[in-house]
Design a protein around this ligand. Structure first.
Ligand SMILES: [Zn+2]
Length: 432
């Protein structure tokens, strides 16, 4: 199914805070929405009737696609409890075992599964660059996204130290940029390989433990000069905070606040253990936060202070990070559930009219698009025609009225209710 050049009318359409009936949308020949909800069907254009509820595609703002390979690993704790650092050893074994073909296959599997979950864009925080010295995994991740059909924001990632001031060790050598200069050169090389219709660039420094302050500041400026989003992992686990305090005398978020310009183009991933004042300042300066609830649960990270962040005006998006499970609805419900469990209170994240679904859909769609600086994440004129369609005949949604559909989907369903996904107006997944 190709929606380009058509006016489409679905049974229901998500217009930002609710589903509405009989909304007409026009998709242009380039795969963008040319008219939103005000569009009227014209005789010169065919009207495509879509059976189901049309939603803007989810934007997954943070992924390491290859880590999906860990799904094939047992969660075995026969010699004592694990934590983030023991998980990281397992991940390093995976990273060290991949060649360019298996890296491509695993990445493509992850991207295809994201599409089946209604995610039409991925922000791929890409730091596994090579087996040897040839950056061959950069090319592989670009081709994998293209072959799967997902929109890619390739967040090219700098990873230069094993811990603060320490050399890379073992599998980390595959992350190494070799030098600042080599890393910069990688951008011009990959820029030529990107599909201009579906692929864009971003820049990340992996974390304060993996990049010197001098380099963080240098690359943050490089991202700004190119209008690229700048992403960085911040305070996911306590160990990295202790190391940072020992070397810099302050916590990672404070180090960033004191050393780089923070604005809307900066996204901090996790912020699990950030000090309240630091987090408030980061949000008030425009910084965005990406939370990855399933990964944070899987890795036993802890809880971000979401209410504080929201009160400070911070915009939250979501990521699937380690990709052990790819289900946007589940990420969003766990974003809210974790806060409910922590606070013994329901309705922590709410949108227009106090609606959980409206609040969570915004995090799942337009906030992620903002974090990747892309015109996506909403059914509005000028944005990409990236959608997924909910199957209203699915038994999991039986008996649900229009006004509770989004809640029923986000809190009660898996990917089985998503019957079609469109990127740039073209169908990327099969029905059923
Ligand atoms: Zn991550």
């Amino acid at each position: 199914v190709n929606l380009r050049g058509s006016t489409i009318v679905a049974d229901l359409t998500w217009t930002g805070a609710r589903f509405e009936r009989d909304v007409a949308i026009r998709v242009d020949e380039n795969g963008r929405i040319s008219h939103g909800s005000e569009a009227k069907a014209q005789e010169s254009q065919p009207v495509v009737r879509l059976k189901g509820a049309l939603c803007p595609g989810f934007v997954n703002a943070h992924s390491h696609a290859f880590q999906r390979g860990l799904r094939a690993t047992r969660q075995l704790f026969n010699t004592g409890a694990g934590n983030f650092w023991t998980w990281r050893e397992t991940m390093y074994r995976l990273a060290d075992s991949l060649d360019v073909d298996s890296f491509y296959e695993e990445s493509k599997r992850a991207f295809s599964e994201m599409l089946r979950a209604g995610m039409t864009t991925v922000g791929e925080f890409h730091y596994l660059h090579h087996e040897t010295a040839s950056w061959e995994f950069d090319d592989a991740v670009i081709v994998a996204a293209k072959d799967a059909g997902i929109r890619l924001s390739l967040i090219q990632t700098y990873y230069a130290t094993g811990a603060i001031g320490k050399p890379l060790e073992g599998a980390q050598n595959r992350f190494g940029p070799l030098s600042r200069d080599e890393f910069q050169k990688s951008f011009s090389r990959i820029a030529d390989k990107l599909d201009p219709n579906t692929q864009t660039l971003g820049l990340a420094c992996h974390s304060i433990r993996a990049v010197s302050l001098d380099d963080v500041s240098y690359f943050r400026n490089m991202a700004a000069a190119n209008c690229w989003p700048f992403h960085i992992h911040v305070e996911e686990v306590r160990g990295e905070i202790e190391d940072c305090l020992a070397v810099y005398g302050k916590r990672p978020m404070r180090v960033l606040l004191d050393s780089i310009r923070i604005d809307e183009s900066v996204t901090a991933i996790h912020c699990t253990h950030c000090d309240g004042d630091d987090l408030r300042e980061f949000a008030s300066r425009g910084g965005r936060v990406c939370l990855c609830p399933i990964t944070e649960g899987n890795l036993s990270d802890g809880f971000c202070d979401v209410p504080l962040l929201r009160n400070a005006g911070g915009q939250i998006c979501f990521g699937t990070d380690c990709n052990i499970r790819l289900c946007a609805a589940e990420e969003l419900r766990w974003l809210e559930f974790a806060q409910r469990l922590r606070r013994e209170q329901r309705g922590v994240i709410v949108g227009e009219g106090g609606s959980s679904a409206a609040g969570l859909m915004q995090i799942g769609t337009i906030n992620g698009a903002n974090a990747l600086n892309l015109p996506a994440g909403a059914i509005e004129a000028g944005r990409f025609a990236d959608f997924f369609l909910l199957d209203l005949d699915h038994e999991d949604l039986r008996g649900v009225p229009d006004d509770a559909l989004a809640d029923a989907f986000l809190f009660g369903c898996g990917n089985g209710v998503i019957k079609q996904t469109f990127v740039g107006g073209r169908q990327m997944t099969r029905v059923g």
